[in-house]
Every structure is written in structure tokens, then in C-alpha cells.
Write a protein that binds this ligand. Sequence first.
Ligand code: GRF
Length: 224
Amino acid sequence: MSRANSQLKIAVLISGRGSNMQALANHAETPNASYQICLVAANKPADGLSIASDAGLSTALIDRKSYTSKQDHERALAEAIEASGANWICLAGYMSVLSADFIARFEGKIINIHPSLLPDYKGLHTHERALADSQKFHGVSVHLVTPVLDDGAVIAQMRLPVRSADTQESLSARVLVLEHILYPMVIGSLASGAVTLDAGQVCWQDISVANALSLSEDTTLIFG
Ligand code: GRF
């Protein structure tokens, strides 16, 4: 990929409410947007699909229940993504582990957002587990997708302090605010060339992108 990639076209895969998809879509509508969403696809009926279609985005429900095998479902998903013209895939609450074959088909082009400071708390229930461990800090990571769950190179993270009064709900709500800032920033940076990913290596070329973010004082942006 060239350094500046103003033609970044993304497919966003969702399974639920789609708030990160909406944050990506909102950013894509801003005058300086450097990427466009060409497909929002879901593997089950998801609230985010109607949000996306109301926003004028192309949507596809590729329901896992309509396919006898995971392989057939992923083939249909891959074909829809390729037909849309997307050259990157953003997972945004997509609740199915993609197979190694699917990941190989889009090698190095699949990004995920995960609500923890990876490599801590891969998998589910991240806020609950961080609280149970009395962590001082928690946050969100955007990372490359590899066949190992939540294991690919971290592109960027945002970290916040856990408060003594935090509950699972309050912590997840505070992290979600950061998710909606971090994901568009990372995808915009991929599009502009501010970050490059070569053979799975993350290389930030321009970290001044951080200046445009309005972060509260207790929030830290960490470049991968
Ligand atoms: C987010 O917390 C995201 O980090 C995780 O799944 C959740 C999806 O939420 N992967 P939404 O559907 O984007 O609101």
C-alpha cells in the first residue's frame, strides 16, 4: 500500500448495536475524512444494520443461520466484501471468530477494536475481569487481526484510570467513549499514511494526529 491511501474503502462487520460503526460513519462524513464505508455487514439481525441504512450506507445481513457451515457463511461474507470494493475490513463488535482461511484471504487488512489494554484480557467480559483484578488502568486497543484471537499487533490504545467506585457499567461506558475516538483516528491514520502496516509491523509515521483529539487529562493515547 502506498503511504497515502486516500481511497481507503472499508467494510465494517457488526453483530450488535453498532456504536463503533456509527462513530466510523460519523467521521467518514466529516470534511477531512480520508476513508469511506462501502459496506456494513452483519452475521445476525443487528440493530446496527438499521442505523447504517438510515445513514445511507450499503448493508448486508449475511445470517449465519442461513448457512449450514461456517465455511459457507464466510465464503458468502468474503464475496459480499469483495463485491463492495472494500480493501480493508473493520471488525466492530463482530461476535464470531474468523477462520484462518478467511483471514488469509484478506491478509493484513483486517482490524479489530477490543475493549481492553491488550495483551491483557483477550476474549469476553473484559471490564468485569479488569475490575475483579483491581486493575489501576483499563482501556481499549485497536489491533491487526490474526488467526489467534485478539493477538495481532496493537496499532494504538487509549488508557484510563479505573475509579474505586467503578462498576462494570460505568467502566464500560467510559471505555466506549474512548473507543469512539480511537477507532476513527486509527482508520483515518491508515488512510492518510500516518501509520503503516507492513508485514504485520506497525509503524507510526506521524503522531501529530493525536493533536486533533479532545481527550480528558486522565486519558493516555498509546501508539503501537
Ligand atoms: C465494543 O466494546 C467493541 O470494543 C467490542 O464489541 C463492542 C461492540 O460495541 N469488540 P458496538 O456494537 O460497536 O456498540
